[in-house]
Every structure is written in C-alpha cells, then in structure tokens.
Design a protein around this ligand. Structure first.
Ligand code: ZN
Length: 368
C-alpha cells in the first residue's frame, strides 16, 4: 500500500449497508460531518430532492467525483463515505490529502433514481447519455459544478452488473476501469494519458488482493457520456465500475476494494506520483466481457421436456426488485440453449455431481 496501514473497520461508514441507498440514508450522515466538510446544495432533482456536494481540503489539486448518477448503483456511494470516514480520522495520511488536495464529492447525483432503485431519473432519462443535451436538472447540476469547480481530475462512479467477466476467463470483473476516449480515433492525448496512468496505479494496488479480477471497459467514444465529454473538455476522467465478487450480492467486499482504489488514486494525485506510471500497462488490463449468468444449469434433462431440448443449458439472472425498502433478487430464466462459452456464478451440471436436494433449496427450483 502507498498509504500507511490502518484499520478499515475503524473508518467504515457502518450506517450504509447493502444495495438500497437513498437520500434519506445519506442526509443525516452529511449533516453530522465536522466543520472541515463544507456541505452545499447544488440543485434539486426532478422530484425536488436535494443534490448535495461535500467539499474538503485546501490544496491545489482539485478532484471532483460523483456517485449514483445511476440511482441503483450504490456501491461507490458506500465507498466514498468510507473515504470521508478516513479523512475524518485526521491521521497523518488524511491530513496530507487535506493539505495537497481540494476534493468535492456529489455522493448522489440521481436521488430520485436511488429512491425508486432505477438506473434512470424520474423523467426516465439515462443521465450518462445526456451530457450534450443536458435536458435534465441533474445533468445541469453536474455540468455547472464541473465548470465552477474546475477539477484537475474527475471520477465517474458506477456499478456494473454481475454479467461481466475478465477477458475470456471465468473470473468476475469485481472492479472495472475506463479512461474514456474523446474522439472516434481513441487518441491518447495528454489528458487521457493521465487517466490511464492513474488506472495503472490503482490496478497495481488492487493486484495484491484482487489479482485478475480487474477489467477494462470498451473505449468507443460516445459524446453523450459524461466521462467522454469531460475528457474532451481537457480534464482527465476515470470511469470506475464496482462489480461482482463471489457470493457478495450486497457488494460489501467490492465496496472495500473500491475504497482502496479511491484511496490509491487520491494518494497518487496528492503526492504528485501519477507520472511515475506507464500508460502502456493500461492496455495489459484485460477487457471485460459479458460471459456470466448468476446461475447456469448445464445438461438439463428430466425436467419439463416441452420447454427444453435434452442437454440444453439454462441460464438464470437475478432481477433486483425493491420490496419493503429492501432489494430482493428474483431469479428469471434469461436463456436456454447451448451455452458452453458462458459461466455461472453458481453452476450445476445435471450430468455430473448435481445434488438435487441442494438445487431444491434454491429459489429458482420452482421455475424449472
Ligand atoms: Zn452506471
């Protein structure tokens, strides 16, 4: 680690857990922060919820980050509150960041989507496709903040679905990064190079515990995406994607890795170490693919023969549903057929060691 060892659990924001994180969950925490943290209301969502930012530090290196632009992507929100907890600890490492950097965090850009547990906002617009038109109040809040704050670095914080694997391997992409392109040729400008170097720094820190579980996103240019636009405007921007870790559907392990990624990036910026990294290593990070299902049942037979061909595989994805302020994972059949190129986070093979009793305990048994 590039920063002193410390006890993660002593800084972790324990009041935020699981997948359903709304403005109600974070507003009390924000109001109780010490005077070192400046809280501002930047504007309101479509349904009138506040969009707030918290700013701290007095250094010349300016970092802007926003989370929950997609309302149902809450893992990075938990990680930024852990980072705030780290700064609140007033350790030497925290004080050094406060002296060298000014950090502005918008922890929840889309509070309506967070409440409804949807990707989109209340007008059903994907805010990460609205960077040019800026038809939505949330998009204008972010753009105004970007123009006023004039960041040196931007972090665009998201969650990705459980379907992503690394390269062609049966390894989930627990964390993914992208240094967005700013033209169709995917030119590596000085701005984009800094994004790549910072990703290389984070990947090398994450390797210690998460070897092989970091993926790289496809870098096709799309000016409607906020990251591509900010990169085009000359600010090094990084897309962070929190993904699946085995059996961690609440994304509490992924949250820790995301916290470590954030800490590493900010530390590297803080002590002017970004240039030490070689951007070529960015391309050594394998690209993401979409080869995972939540459950894969191979060589299905003996089951409803009208629905399935003998020997087919059955792929199940969990739909995330909001019920009584909790997220429940409802299994749905996504695909049936020859799926030998695909993987399951849980796999059952009816030809081999399938334990039917085990399968009968699972919520998807009734669907088969
Ligand atoms: Zn997203």
């Amino acid at each position: 680690m590039y920063f002193p060892q410390f006890d993660y659990h002593s800084i972790k924001q324990e009041n935020l857990r699981g997948r359903y994180i709304t403005y109600d969950h974070i507003s009390g925490i924000l109001k109780n922060l010490s005077i070192d943290f400046k809280l501002d209301e930047l504007g309101k969502s479509v349904l009138g919820l506040p969009i707030e930012s918290v700013t701290f530090g007095k250094g010349p290196k300016r970092i802007l980050m926003w989370s929950q632009m997609h309302g149902n992507e809450s893992t990075t929100t938990k990680a930024v509150f852990d980072f705030i907890g780290f700064i609140e600890s007033k350790s030497d490492a925290a004080l050094s960041i406060l002296n060298n950097c000014t950090v502005k965090i918008i922890p929840m850009l889309n509070p309506d989507g967070a409440k409804a547990y949807t990707r989109i906002n209340a007008n059903e617009i994907d805010l990460n496709r609205d960077a040019q038109e800026r038809s939505q109040p949330e998009s204008r809040v972010l753009r105004n903040c970007f123009e006023e704050f004039k960041p040196d670095f931007c972090f665009n914080l998201h969650d990705q679905r459980t379907i992503f694997n690394v390269g062609r391997t049966p390894i989930p992409a627990t964390i993914s990064f992208l240094a967005p392109a700013h033209d169709d040729e995917r030119t590596i400008s000085a701005t984009r190079e800094l994004s790549m170097k910072l990703i290389v720094a984070m990947n090398s820190a994450l390797k210690q515990e998460l070897s092989g579980q970091v993926g790289r996103y496809d870098d096709s240019f799309n000016p409607n995406c906020v990251g591509d636009t900010f990169q085009l405007l000359g600010t090094p921007t990084i897309l962070f994607e929190a993904g699946h870790y085995p059996d961690d559907y609440d994304r509490e392990y992924t949250r820790q890795f995301m916290f470590k990624a954030l800490m590493t990036a900010i530390d590297r910026i803080s002590i002017d170490a970004v240039h030490e990294y070689n951007q070529e290593a960015y391309f050594e990070i394998p690209e993401n693919n979409k080869l995972f299902y939540d459950v894969l049942i191979r060589n299905a037979h003996l089951i409803d023969s009208e629905k399935y061909t003998e020997g087919d595989s059955i792929a199940i994805l969990f739909k995330e549903l909001l019920q009584n302020e909790q997220i429940v994972f409802e299994p749905t059949i996504e695909k049936i057929g020859d799926l030998h190129d695909f993987y399951g986070h849980k796999t059952y093979d009816c030809d081999n060691d399938l334990n039917l009793e085990d399968l009968k305990d699972q919520p998807y048994w009734n669907m088969l």
